[in-house]
Design a binder for this molecule. Structure first.
Ligand SMILES: NC(=O)c1ccc[n+]([C@@H]2O[C@H](COP(=O)([O-])OP(=O)(O)OC[C@H]3O[C@@H](n4cnc5c(N)ncnc54)[C@H](OP(=O)(O)O)[C@@H]3O)[C@@H](O)[C@H]2O)c1
Ligand SMILES: CC(C)CCC[C@@H](C)[C@H]1CC[C@H]2C3=C(CC[C@]12C)[C@@]1(C)CC[C@H](O)C(C)(C)[C@@H]1CC3
Length: 588
């Protein structure tokens, strides 16, 4: 850009459309045809701005020293209702947002405002100056009460008027986060229950007549749990995945902005990792390695992985005690050792660039799940003397492989999920990722090894169609939200309606996210049904995933609801009034 005023990479102050507020932005480029600069805000929002809406940072710094000389600053200070409410430390952020709306819009006007805001469309900037003025005027009208002030404790990194990125919330604010999972007592319960449950289902599945309602089978002798070789294999597997993760292959993706405004980089080469893993497994089998070892040593492998997950959780707990408040998640700081150990406290624990949470969530357990399923298919052939795996086994293998491969192919999308953005890394996720996923999500395949279920061709067809419907809903909705969060002014999404919020982020209110509040959960649940159906109805055990998943997603949905209400206040309530159902249209 030789002749333009601002160069690519410059940090400047950009006016927020429809307001007199300026934020620090980075220049991404300039389009000579439209004479517009593409800029990126600290929360990842990309917009196009005219040159007159951009100012140099230094000019602002000079003026901001003298508050009384800045008319825009004076005006916003005296007129922002949110500003006044923020001084009252006893009020929650949600209350602040609600006040911002009610004080500036009497209730009769609020309903019409809801109508207006729901009509807001993406891509507020268009090339023609006249239509831009119109969009800006509209945006002023629609976004007025929401955009006056960025909320403090929500993790959004949009900087305040004339200020640099804000400091992380004080530890006191973190302490006040409500406890999840039944609080401190709940944490004791889950710590004992989750491993016991894994043991229970593993022991059940080997029984001739497995049932979720049967009394637990007798415990095997203690030495049956332990196998040093199994521990060795698990360590090798994790190291192998770690090696693939650190290889400089594939994209370096940016995570969502942290409270500090910083964006971490993640090596999203998961697809590469599963392809290499599949090739290595194929070569190993070809060379005569007996993968049915996984079936015959399932309990020992699970025990070894459990030990590793406990050691990892202890490490995570200890290091979280030394982490700065900027590095902590909003939960997991109850002061109770057991609760904090369970919930996890550090948001993105890293050893240099190696992100432990991202790695554990996406690699050893997830790819291990597919490897175990494959081993179960080989074990089925061996045990039932088959030349090829049964239809049921093939369906379970292919369906779950598709799920994992899709997750790895779209690995970047995980960076906008709850776990990555909000949850600390502790026992719950370490155990969940390393033990729960590979050793309970494989139960259908494990079950089929010794409980064959023959399927007719029409049944196979119906199950495949069901899976594809679920997958379509799951993928489309996840991609829509991910694309929107990464670039709210993406032209491909310009047909969607949104609700602006006080954080500067908007909420999708049409498209998939206008059907129900968690369309991705709906797709996921339909897929879960398709995974259990191949196992038939003789036993409840292979339906365990479906039952667990309903509980998990209903709980996750309510956790997310409270989190979003806290973050977005009245804008979230508007969203909930507009999109009435949570997961299943007209049912729930
Ligand atoms: N197989 C399994 O065991 C398993 C378990 C759990 C989840 N999953 C799957 O993992 C995926 C991710 O799930 P998740 O629980 O992390 O939830 P998610 O639905 O991906 O993320 C929830 C977040 O999305 C944003 N959001 C919510 N409504 C929105 C709207 N209308 N417009 C724009 N953004 C909106 C909010 O975050 P911000 O506003 O802060 O961006 C909210 O906190 C899902 O597909 C789920 O089915 C699978
Ligand atoms: C121990 C427990 C009761 C709870 C444990 C929960 C975790 C096992 C899950 C929480 C979020 C889940 C998740 C996936 C796997 C299971 C969890 C980690 C996921 C990686 C599976 C592949 C998908 O494509 C996905 C990337 C969307 C998904 C993200 C969330």
């Amino acid at each position: 850009m030789p002749t333009v005023k601002y160069q690519k990479g410059d940090t400047v102050m950009g006016r927020w459309p429809g307001s007199s507020l300026y934020y620090e932005v980075k220049v991404l480029g300039f389009k000579p045809r439209t004479q517009l600069y593409t800029v990126i805000y600290k929360d990842g929002t990309e917009l196009e701005l005219k040159e007159q809406d951009i100012k140099s940072v230094s000019g602002f710094q000079t003026r901001s020293r003298s508050r009384s000389r800045s008319p825009s600053r004076r005006r916003s200070r005296s007129r922002s209702p949110a500003r006044t409410t923020r001084r009252s430390s006893s009020r929650t952020t949600a209350a602040v947002a609600a006040t911002a709306v009610t004080e500036s819009a009497p209730s009769s006007r609020r309903d019409s405002k809801l109508k207006d805001t729901v009509e807001v469309r993406l891509s507020p900037l268009v090339s023609a100056a006249a239509s831009e003025a119109k969009v800006e005027a509209e945006s002023e009208k629609n976004q007025g009460p929401y955009n006056l002030r960025r909320r403090k404790a929500d993790g959004d990194a949009k900087p305040e008027l004339l200020e640099k990125a804000k400091a992380p919330p004080a530890p006191a604010a973190i302490h006040s986060t409500p406890l999840d999972f039944g609080g401190k007592i709940g944490a004791y319960f889950w710590l004992l229950f989750l491993p016991a449950w894994v043991l229970f289902v593993i022991l059940q599945v080997n029984l001739k007549d497995p049932s979720l309602v049967n009394a637990p089978p007798p415990l095997p002798p203690l030495d049956a749990f332990w196998d040093a070789q199994a521990l060795g294999f698990v360590i090798l597997w994790i190291l192998f995945q770690a090696l693939l993760y650190i290889l400089p292959v594939g994209k370096l993706s940016e995570g969502m902005p942290l409270r500090s405004g910083e964006r971490l980089k993640y090596r999203t080469n998961g697809f590469f990792a599963i392809v290499v893993s599949a090739i290595v497994a194929g070569i190993a089998v070809h060379q005569g390695v007996d993968l049915t070892y996984v079936h015959s040593h399932f309990l020992q492998l699970a025990t070894a992985t459990f030990i590793i997950s406990v050691l990892l959780s202890i490490y995570l707990y200890v290091r979280s005690r030394y982490a700065s408040s900027a590095e902590l998640a909003l939960g997991g700081n109850s002061g109770n050792v057991v609760y904090d150990f369970f919930k996890g406290h550090e948001l993105n624990p890293r050893i240099k660039n190696f992100d432990l949470k991202f790695f554990c969530e996406m690699r050893p357990g997830l790819i291990g799940w597919c490897l175990i399923n494959f081993a179960m298919a080989l074990a089925e052939m061996k045990q039932q003397n088959l030349d090829a795996p049964s239809y049921a086994m093939i369906l379970v293998n292919l369906f779950q492989l598709l799920y994992v491969v899709d997750g790895l192919w779209n690995e970047e999308a995980i960076l906008t999920t709850m776990d990555l953005m909000h949850d600390g890394f502790g026992f719950m996720l370490a155990f969940g990722d390393l033990v729960w996923v590979p050793f309970t999500y494989t139960l259908q395949a494990y079950y089929l090894v010794s409980h064959p279920n023959s399927l007719s061709l029409p049944a196979v067809t119906a199950i495949v169609i069901l899976k594809l419907i679920g997958f379509y809903i799951f993928r489309k909705s996840n991609s829509e939200k991910n694309a929107f969060r990464r670039n709210p002014s993406d032209p491909k999404l310009s047909h969607l309606k949104t609700i602006p919020t006080a954080t500067g982020k908007s909420l999708l209110v049409s498209g998939w996210w206008g059907v129900v509040r968690h369309p991705n959960y709906l797709g996921d649940l339909i897929m879960a049904l398709a995974w259990s159906l191949p196992c038939g109805f003789s036993h409840l055990l292979p339906w365990y995933y479906m039952i667990y998943f309903i509980i998990l997603l209903v709980h996750r949905d309510s956790r997310d609801m409270s989190e979003c209400r806290r973050k977005y206040g009245s804008a979230w309530d508007e969203y909930c009034r507009t999109v009435r159902y949570r997961i299943i249209p007209r049912v729930y």
